[in-house]
Design a protein around this ligand. Structure first.
Ligand code: ADP
Ligand code: ZN
Ligand code: ZN
Length: 734
């Protein structure tokens, strides 16, 4: 009798599953979603069983048995498996990598799926009393002993693994001697004392939204919830979640990369006594595994996480919320390039549950879906509570005297608001001191040697750094070409503005918030505290300021350079800039203080910019959609981008040329093949880059082609000389 064939997803660049015979001893019936340890080439791999088959196309003598069944229970249920299969098909990505992305790192190894909680080792009182050199004769014990001495709060297995091989037996000796104790702390706990805060009564629009979400929890329906910052979206989420929890179901909340602020978490904690599983990039492997397991076992009714949390198993989901759905960080930019937001919509479909996409500034894709009637569209027009909308003005800076990028009228405005006791927020999406260093004598500029880009000048650390490949060097003492000492920074970055502000506003606290100033752990919190205490009165920052944080005392917002987004090669740049402007503006004028927003521009007559300022984002977005329609750009067409890069200059184009010919040999009616062409930034990190864009009116037609094309690309010889990737619905065309 032909035994069942296990069809397994294994991390590999190949777009296929791998067939195995069952292991000699099975712990439980085979169910898709279980992990298996299998021989793979010369190594062993952990893979996920995706399907069972009667027959294999692999000749019987070449089929190998799996080594071991790792899970008795499947890790993914049918709906989640179906989502993962969709992701493999839709993104045309190798299934092994897709399934691996859905697993916490620890479960990509032969670990138990259940999490035990987090073990912490620390010194006992007897341990602390021990003479420092008492363990001289047992150097391994002494080493661990000293390590534990450095961490009063305890050390977890991840840190110990990183520090010492095979530390467990040594630690066991220390525990037996009574010098070390181990605590097993559950990775999530409900708060010990809990006095639920009373939710505020909802306004009419909020009520309507909560009712629409909870209308039927047993059917897929998608809702675009549009409301400016402060209009009460989060309150809508909280009250909708309350209903879902009361029905005994779980809720998944997806937030952008830096949207998961302590303030947001605090609001959830004040409202719900239930444990909350957090899944974000700041976790170590143990913590992540633990939160994942709590979600999977249903012990965490609320799961909040960034992009990849969309793949968290939930035994009993009732609602998915995507907050700030327009945020580009929902799209993964390397490897498995999925959109967490789009996957969330598909997931809600597969489970048959509602999904809410919330934002002040809908992506044009979601807005299009709403206007087409595919999503319900609800707006929260008013600010909840008493606050007034900020008033927005364009400041024409042509021929204006500027001081380091700040025009005089804006400086005057700043003085006025500061004198009145307000705070001021300035937004510039460019970090560093200046984007370029230039020799005034010969025209040398600080090019990166590995990228087609300038290196950013950092005055304080005396370095030039490339933001694209990470290269950094000390500032040359003199021009490398002509020896001149007259090297000048050109253009403004946040560091330079910060210095200028200290000069222009002596005695006034300036706080800079960008990726550089917040790199150290805890730095962000310290800077925010400075702002909230009122010690810092002028804030200058990048898009990190656009999300999550509220600055109730900010009465003036200055957007220093709106033109960046208007003249980019990327068709999404205008949408992105408008979203940033609105988001940043939304930081101001909360509570009872109305805010003023000033946007500096050289093109005050730009029609889209005017719409944004004189009307609002909704008008801007509809006009921008019209432009997209005329240009046949997404969402009115569908894109896939084939990228290739190699150290060799010709290899990427050679591969893409062959790829194009391959596509031309397949049915490709209704699909434009654009390119291959060099990438907008042709050289990056020492590699030459090129791309081929596929544009199609119909999504079906595009995917019909990709279905045949993607596997064919794997067979192209020229593909071995270049690193290539396929990006479906690319976020940016770089
Ligand atoms: P958003 O998520 O859209 O920025 P929030 O839900 O955070 O808006 O609401 C903004 C502020 O208004 C919060 O302090 C919130 O507690 C308060 N708020 C929201 N809804 C109401 C309401 N119906 N009545 C009174 N206050 C509300
Ligand atoms: Zn020079
Ligand atoms: Zn570089």
């Amino acid at each position: 009798m032909p035994g069942p064939i296990l069809r397994i997803a294994i991390p590999s660049p190949l777009r296929r599953l791998f067939d195995y015979l069952p292991p000699s001893r099975a712990a439980a019936a085979f169910v898709p979603g279980q992990r298996f340890l299998v021989p793979f080439g010369r190594s062993r791999q952990v893979g996920v069983l995706v399907a069972l088959a009667e027959h294999s196309e692999v000749p019987a003598e070449r089929l190998k048995p799996a080594l071991r069944q790792l899970d008795a229970e499947p890790l993914f249920d049918e709906a989640l498996l179906s989502l993962l299969r969709w992701a493999c098909d839709y993104y045309h990505h190798p299934p092994g990598e897709v399934f691996t992305a859905a697993l916490p790192v620890l479960l990509r190894q032969e670990r138990e799926a259940r999490a035990r909680g987090i073990e912490l080792w620390r010194l006992t009182a007897a341990g602390h009393a021990l003479e420092p050199d008492a363990l001289r004769r047992a150097p391994k014990q002494q080493h661990l002993f000293h390590l534990l001495g450095e961490y009063a709060e305890g050390v977890d297995a991840v840190r110990l693994d990183a520090d010492t091989q095979n530390w467990r037996p040594v630690m066991k000796r220390l525990v037996e001697k009574g010098w070390v104790e181990v605590e097993e702390r559950p990775c999530l706990a409900a708060p010990e004392q809990f006095a639920a805060e009373t939710p505020p009564p909802l306004n009419a629009a909020q009520q309507q939204a909560v009712a629409a979400i909870g209308e039927h929890l047993d059917g897929f329906h998608a809702l675009l919830l549009e409301g400016v910052t402060g209009s009460g979206k989060t309150e809508v989420y909280l009250q909708a979640i309350d209903k879902v929890l009361a029905a005994g179901r779980q809720v998944l909340v997806l937030v952008p990369e830096i949207g998961l602020t302590p303030q947001l978490l605090e609001r959830f904690r004040r409202r719900f006594p239930q444990p909350i599983a957090l899944l974000h990039s700041g976790l170590n492997d143990t913590e992540r595994h633990c939160a994942w397991a709590m979600a999977r076992e249903g012990l965490a009714p609320i799961v909040i996480g960034t992009r990849s949390a969309v793949f968290t198993p939930l035994p009993n989901p009732g609602l998915i919320i995507v907050d700030e759905e327009h945020d580009p960080s929902f799209k993964q930019q390397d490897g498995f390039r999925y959109s967490g937001r789009d996957a969330a919509v598909v997931r809600a479909q597969r489970h048959g549950i509602p999904i809410v996409l919330g934002t002040a500034t809908p992506s044009l894709e979601s807005l299009h879906n709403a206007l087409q009637g595919r999503y319900a569209h609800l707006s929260l027009p008013e600010r909840a509570g008493m606050a007034v909308h900020p008033s927005i003005h364009l400041l024409d800076v042509r021929r204006q005297p500027m001081e380091e990028g700040i025009a005089e009228p804006l400086q005057k405005g700043m003085r006025k608001h500061l004198d009145a006791g307000g705070q001021v927020l300035l937004f510039l999406n460019r970090r560093g001191y200046a984007p370029t260093l230039l020799c005034h004598d010969c025209g040398w500029v600080s090019h990166c040697q590995r990228c087609d880009a300038h290196m950013t000048y950092y005055a304080r650390s005396g370095q030039i750094r490339c933001h694209h490949c990470g290269a950094e060097r000390p500032v040359p003492p003199q021009c490398p070409d002509c020896g001149s000492l007259d090297l000048r920074p050109v253009g403004q970055g946040t560091e330079r503005i910060e210095q200028a502000l200290k000069r222009l506003f002596p005695g006034i606290g300036v706080v800079r918030i960008d990726r550089d100033s917040t790199r150290r752990k805890g730095a962000m919190d310290a800077l925010l505290a400075e702002v909230h205490s009122g010690e810092g009165r002028i804030l200058i920052g990048t898009q990190m300021l656009a999300k999550g944080h509220h600055f109730p005392n900010v009465t003036l917002v200055g957007i220093l350079d709106a033109d960046q987004g208007l003249f980019s090669v990327d068709f999404r740049a205008g949408e992105r800039m408008a979203q940033l402007i609105v988001q940043v503006a939304g930081r101001a004028g909360r509570a009872d203080k109305p805010g003023t927003v000033v946007i500096q521009t050289h093109v005050p007559d730009h029609p889209l910019l005017r719409l944004l300022v004189e009307q609002d984002y909704a008008h801007f977005a509809r006009a921008a959609l019209k432009e997209r329609e005329e240009a046949q750009l997404p969402p009115y067409s569908h894109l896939a981008l084939l990228r290739a890069e190699a150290v060799d200059k010709l290899a990427p184009l050679a591969f893409l040329e062959e790829a194009r010919q391959e596509a031309e040999g397949l049915p490709h009616e209704g699909i434009w093949l654009l390119g291959p062409v060099p990438a907008p930034m042709e050289r990056r990190a020492g590699r030459n880059r090129a791309q081929l864009l596929l544009q199609a009116e119909s999504r079906q037609a595009l995917h019909r082609l990709l279905n045949q094309w993607a596997p064919a690309l794997e067979g192209l010889k020229s593909g071995r000389k270049a690193r290539w990737s396929l990006d479906v619905d690319p976020g940016e065309l770089f």
